[in-house]
Design a protein around this ligand. Sequence first.
Ligand SMILES: *[C@@H]1O[C@H](CO)[C@@H](O)[C@H](O)[C@H]1NC(C)=O
Ligand SMILES: *[C@@H]1O[C@H](CO)[C@@H](O)[C@H](O)[C@H]1NC(C)=O
Length: 367
Amino acid sequence: MLLPLFLPLIGALTVKGDFFQLDSLSNISRYYLNYVYCNIWEEECQSQQEDPTIQVPTGDFWSLLTADYIQVLSELYCSFGQCCDNGDCRILNNVTGLEKDLEEKLHGQHLAKEVVVNAVRGFLKNSMPDKALALSFHGWSGTGKNFVARMIAENLYRGGVKNECVRLYIAPFHFPHAKLLDVYRVQLMEGIKTTVQNCQQALFIFDEAEKMHPGLLDTIKPYMDYYDNVDGTDFRKSIFIFLSNIGGSAINELALDIWHSGQDREDIAMDDLEPRLRNDVLESQGGFSQSRLVSGNLIDFFVPFLPMEYRHVKLCARDAFRAREVDYTEQMLDEVAKGMVYFPKEEKLFSTQGCKSVPQRISFFLP
Ligand SMILES: *[C@@H]1O[C@H](CO)[C@@H](O)[C@H](O)[C@H]1NC(C)=O
Ligand SMILES: *[C@@H]1O[C@H](CO)[C@@H](O)[C@H](O)[C@H]1NC(C)=O
């Protein structure tokens, strides 16, 4: 049944590159190729609008597009030497790139930097991990939790969060109504299962995890546990990342104490903070804390994000100017940093919004 579609495809792949121009290809194969390109190798994707001769096929065609088929195609593509040392073109696993990105673009987070790189590197090195990697990012808004999650996605997967192996769930957006819990549970389970069946190494990011219902989080528990298979699927190569503001106040207090004692912020060690954070998470109210992910010790690393100081906000402003390729002066960076609100009231030390909205704020200075 698959053969008629397959033959022109093989023909196309052997000539590489300019196969969109090949008249000998039927429209349906061209459409199919484009579909595969758009979904697996984004950078070579051609939009349907740009080429009106590519027509949308109808009927049974879509039923052929199973996840397995895409997997087979991806392997076939690789067998022509187009890509992939690791056998899956969608996966980059560039830990060096991740380390470099964190070093250059993440400011004021020496702990997060270190823990994330070590955790990810250690996990990827192990070809048979005994459970999925679970990271939990904690801190106030604007401290870089989202930013780091995105950098992980970008350095581990081609196309970053748009890669089909990466699923991003934003609690208030994807799961807004408590009374639909049962529906969400099924959706979430299906989403996780199909993603892992399709990509051995999948990445799941849960933003605003403190707003997720504990019952919903418990749904994920079996996938994060030490089982070699759940309903016939092995989830142990997956990565789960939870972002929340839980423990943010404890982190801020410690950062303030350190500042008062005259110590360097970089002197804060994981041992100072992690037990406090773990405790805070266990004791706080709300979905994530009440779920069995935490009480069942399934979170491998609690990663603290420290509050951002004036000098860090300046660095964020610098990056924002650079990203827009606009020249900046020290004075402009100060201007942006001064525009933020700082706490506590007396010391005015930490930015209440971290670096959030800094990219928007530089618009005032743009030509
Ligand atoms: C593809 O579709 C276009 C537009 O309908 C048509 O003109 C062309 O002949 C088709 N090509 C093939 C190879 O079927
Ligand atoms: C990994 O990332 C670094 C830094 O961004 C880049 O120079 C390098 O080419 C990447 N390696 C691979 C294999 O993509």
